[in-house]
Design a protein around this ligand. Structure first.
Ligand code: PXG
Length: 288
């Protein structure tokens, strides 16, 4: 595999960053996770916009322009002969000393990995996931806005570990007020009385690219869509529930906390939205 690292393509074995890199020492950096479908980088511009905002929010100067990122990402796919895959773009604060001070890091480090992704097995899309609410809360916006896609994923990882300890593959995370924020690496939606509802980003959700695609799909299909404060009650009593993310796409949830959601099978609106999503991933975005 060829990795684009600090401005040039290197072999996977040579793609190394320093132990003094603040991305490693402190999680000081930002990233994007992007999908490639049939030679189409799905909603690349939207990912790059979020990437730029994440960097801006942590006062990290982007080492590349939007056009340069776009080219680096497409070229990474071409170099690795990919038509379908998963792309990780990362910028770290770079090499510094053993103190937090980001201003002592002279130069940001950046790289693109274009590879494969391990997906949920197809039966979960057919039968749905059984998930749990975990005790770990989503970090509040006054501490670290969830809209920043930073290299600090420990909060989500604690949630993921707890999910596994409770025998689930994913988890619902609440915010400090007890409202539903999102899953550990996905946004959450419910369907109730024909409406699609999702928490606002200010409840602690990432502004997911898949999430915004679902909102567009709902509009185009004439399904009412709105943002609302959701509690666990709203999920337990929903007709349908699904998670969205670049990795998971649109995955039905049929159980939460041991309670059956709706009929216990992926619902008709979830199926419609998933089918429409799978069409759009081939056309919306940038051809490599
Ligand atoms: N919330 C969080 C916390 C995420 O990390 C999403 C929502 C969905 O956003 P997008 O833009 O992808 O629709 C994410 C992103 C993985 C993996 O390996 C997934 C994400 C991030 C990092 C790794 O599955 N999801």
């Amino acid at each position: 595999m060829k990795i684009y690292l600090d401005g040039r393509f290197v072999d996977e074995a040579d793609a190394k960053v320093s132990v003094f890199d603040h991305g490693l020492l402190y999680g000081d950096g930002v990233f994007e996770g992007i999908r490639l479908y049939g030679g189409n980088v799905f909603r690349l511009d939207e990912h790059l916009e979020r990437f730029e905002y994440s960097a801006k929010a942590i006062l990290l100067d982007m080492p590349l322009t939007r056009a340069q990122w776009s080219e680096a990402i497409c070229e990474s796919c071409r170099q690795n002969g990919l038509k379908d895959g998963y792309i990780r773009a990362v910028v770290t604060r770079g090499v510094g000393d053993l103190g937090l001070s980001p201003w002592l890091c002279k130069q940001a480090s950046y790289f693109v990995i274009a590879g494969k992704i391990s997906l949920y097995p197809p039966e979960y899309y057919e039968n749905g996931l059984a998930i749990v609410t975990v005790p770990t809360r989503r970090i509040g916006p006054a501490s670290l806005p969830a809209t920043i896609k930073s290299l600090n994923y420990l909060n989500n990882i604690l949630g993921k570990i707890e999910a596994k300890q409770f025998g689930a593959l994913e988890a619902i995370m609440l915010n400090d007020q007890g409202y539903v924020a999102e899953a550990t690496a996905d946004n959450v939606f419910i369907v109730h009385k024909g409406e699609i509802v999702t928490p606002s980003t200010f409840q602690g959700a990432l502004k997911g690219v898949t999430r915004s695609t679902i909102i567009d799909i709902a509009k185009d299909l004439g399904i009412t869509e709105r943002e609302a404060n959701l509690t666990r009650y709203d999920l337990w009593c929903a007709d349908e529930c699904f998670l969205t993310g670049s990795g998971a796409e649109v995955i039905p949830v049929v159980k939460l906390d041991g309670r059956t959601i709706g009929t216990g099978k992926p619902g008709p609106i979830t199926r419609r939205v998933l089918a429409e999503f799978r069409k759009r991933v081939l056309t919306e975005g940038t051809r490599i």
